[in-house]
Design a binder for this molecule. Structure first.
Ligand SMILES: C[S@@+](CC[C@H](N)C(=O)[O-])C[C@H]1O[C@@H](n2cnc3c(N)ncnc32)[C@H](O)[C@@H]1O
Length: 175
């Protein structure tokens, strides 16, 4: 089963991610408003919440799952695509949300406007102690942060071990 089919099956079930991330709500004051991309955003609940905080915000959810996008709010633009081949013009987003997803090929600096921000939260390599079967390519090694977020200033960085997962929460701004 390929990734699209696997995620489509998950979104067709009850067992799909649908909650707004608590750390996004807490750290939203650090984020720019305007054009907001929810990258691998699933049903786009995080982008929907953030766009509802500002009258000038416009949200786009991009995901590989057409079933997730079908369930996304019509208040969001929905783009079916692979994060490794994004169909967006350079420097076209004021904020990018990327939660519970990691692909080292994504160039945040090339997608963001000057001063644009990223909210990023995903599993780190330390998560392997709880979830050894998870694909290591989708975990972030904290040592790679300068490379992944090249051209960006880190505004907030925290690694959390909640006893079931280890994940990093990061906010960065393009210089
Ligand atoms: C764990 S879910 C997280 C969804 C959402 N960001 C959230 O936090 O609720 C991972 C998401 O990545 C999407 N995805 C997986 N591989 C992808 C790819 N190569 N390109 C774009 N989206 C992808 C899945 O369809 C799914 O919506």
């Amino acid at each position: 089963m390929n990734d699209r089919a696997r995620w489509n099956a998950r979104y067709a079930s009850e067992n799909a991610p649908r909650r707004v991330h608590a750390n996004l709500v807490r750290l939203a004051p650090l984020l720019q408003t305007g054009r907001i991309l929810d990258l691998a955003g699933g049903i786009g609940q995080n982008a929907l919440w953030l766009t509802q905080q500002s009258p000038v915000a416009r949200g786009i959810v991009a995901d590989i799952s057409d079933e997730a996008l079908r369930q996304a709010s019509s208040q969001l633009a929905r783009v079916l695509c692979d994060a490794a081949a994004l169909p967006f013009a350079p420097h076209s987003f004021d904020t990018i949300l990327c939660t519970r997803f990691f692909d080292a090929r994504v160039r945040f600096d090339e997608l963001l406007t000057r001063g644009g921000t990223v909210f990023f939260e995903t599993f780190t390599t330390a998560d392997a102690k709880y979830n050894p079967a998870f694909n290591p390519a989708h975990r972030l090694d904290l040592a790679r942060i300068p490379q992944i977020f090249t051209g960006l200033e880190i505004l907030y960085l925290h690694e959390t071990d909640d006893g079931r997962h280890v994940y990093v929460t990061l906010v960065a701004r393009r210089r």
